[in-house]
Design a protein around this ligand. Structure first.
Ligand code: ZN
Length: 423
């Protein structure tokens, strides 16, 4: 039978304690009440555990015979940790002034944790990469967590919304997160998967903070646009073209009957080129809540909240997931492009600018073929890729740039490429 309570301690913190040259320090124990599971921490940790206790960290081995009553131990401490070295410790539970030694489990230190997760992906490559995610709704939140699991080391997160009840069905966050900023909740989810990830949080509206948006794009290796409005897609697209940075755009259409993904590659067609094509239909945009519907102009001001409620149509989380999944694959492939990783072969497959997916034969997909015997006709639950034509006179990415004064000049491709190297 396993010994209870189950106690975990973090090797990275043992290392920290040893490096501080202290003989003792106070720590904290977090316990899941009634579950007999305890995490011992040297530093305060963000938690949603039950009971919290005091822990005394001591340098060196336990000086007394096993189980002996130690008069100086005050009941205010729940546990005493004797730190032998940065890899070894002994833990004692304080029970009525007596110390009872307990089995200790270790959370591995950084290097060890990474070597364990080494598999199909080259963790060392991804650890140094920075991904910017704009929008932490059902798309952005899932993508952030998947990328953290894959080993991406650095994130910048943009969303100014808080977790509300209507988010829960499709969001990775739980009822415990109600009222929290999405940036804070997703920060926790990322460091919960990779405690060594670097995460910068921006709970702001990017459309009102263009200079910050631009600065963060310049630091990112790839930008994921998972917002629910065209204004932010335009703003991001414009800067991606200027800075010649990679970008992935994804969205669902009404009730997530389907969705699409656009990948911007420097020099290729931009999001604005796409919007000008027949593929795109803004009226089909999914309206996920009244607030954003009003902000985006999808729900006019004269429509009451009651009537607006009928307009809000959300799809199932399982209908969003296939789209998130391909966005994650595209991102990982781009981040490790040219490196010898287990997903290198995808570079021969995921060559398109635009990807389309249908969950059900409804509305815009009503004329698609039924799945059985579809032959070469488009059908549901399959990805379709397409090349998008670069629009000759696209206002964003065409080499003919029209200045405010009406002056037109031919920007040389060289100049566009040079911009990438400017800090
Ligand atoms: Zn364009």
């Amino acid at each position: 039978m396993e010994e209870l309570p189950i106690i975990y301690i973090d090797k990275e913190e043992l290392k920290e304690f040893c490096s501080q040259d202290l003989s003792e320090k106070e720590g904290i124990s977090y316990e899941w009440e009634k579950e007999q599971v305890v995490h011992i921490k040297l530093n305060p940790s963000l938690h949603s555990f039950g009971r919290i206790g005091k822990v005394a960290f001591q340098r060196g081995d336990f000086p007394f015979p096993y189980g002996q009553s130690v008069p100086w131990i005050k009941d205010e401490f729940s546990y005493i940790v004797y730190v032998l070295d940065e890899n070894t410790a002994r833990v004692f539970e304080v029970v009525e002034g007596r110390l009872i030694e307990k089995k200790l489990y270790y959370i591995p230190s950084k290097d060890d944790l990474y070597s364990r997760s080494k598999g199909i992906l080259e963790v060392n490559i991804l650890e140094s990469k920075r991904v910017m995610i704009v929008g932490l709704g059902s798309f952005g939140s899932q993508i952030a967590i998947e990328l953290a699991k894959a080993g991406v080391g650095s994130f910048s997160l943009f969303d100014f919304d808080r977790i509300e009840l209507h988010n829960l069905a499709r969001h990775t966050c739980t009822i415990k997160d109600l009222g929290r900023l999405k940036t804070d909740a997703i920060y926790d989810a990322i460091v919960g998967k990779n405690p060594y990830a670097h995460v910068d949080k921006f709970p702001i509206d990017i459309n009102k903070n263009i200079p910050l948006l631009n600065e963060e794009i310049s630091k990112a290796d790839i930008v994921i646009c998972a917002t629910d409005n065209n204004k932010s897609r335009f703003n991001i697209s414009e800067e991606l073209v200027k800075q010649q940075k990679l970008g992935i755009f994804g969205r669902a259409v009404t009730r997530a009957e389907g969705g699409d993904i656009f990948r911007y590659v420097p020099g290729g067609p931009c999001y604005c080129c796409l919007i000008g094509t027949e593929w795109y239909d803004t009226s089909a945009e999914e309206i996920t809540n009244i607030g954003s519907g009003r902000r985006n102009g999808q729900i006019p001001a004269y429509v009451s909240d009651e009537d607006a409620d009928a307009v809000v149509q959300v799809g199932l989380s399982s209908d969003i997931e296939p789209i998130c999944n391909l966005m994650v694959k595209l991102t990982l492939m781009e981040l490790s492009r040219g490196e010898d990783s287990g997903i290198s072969c995808l570079e021969d497959e995921l060559v398109y600018d635009y990807y389309m997916w249908a969950n059900r034969r409804e509305r815009r997909h009503v004329n698609w073929a039924p799945l059985p015997n579809a032959g070469n006709r488009p059908t549901i639950l399959r990805w379709y890729g397409a090349y998008i034509k670069k629009v000759e006179d696209c206002p964003l990415c065409s080499h003919h740039i029209v200045l405010d004064e009406g002056e037109e000049y031919e920007a040389k491709l060289g100049e566009m490429t040079d911009m990438k190297d400017v800090d």
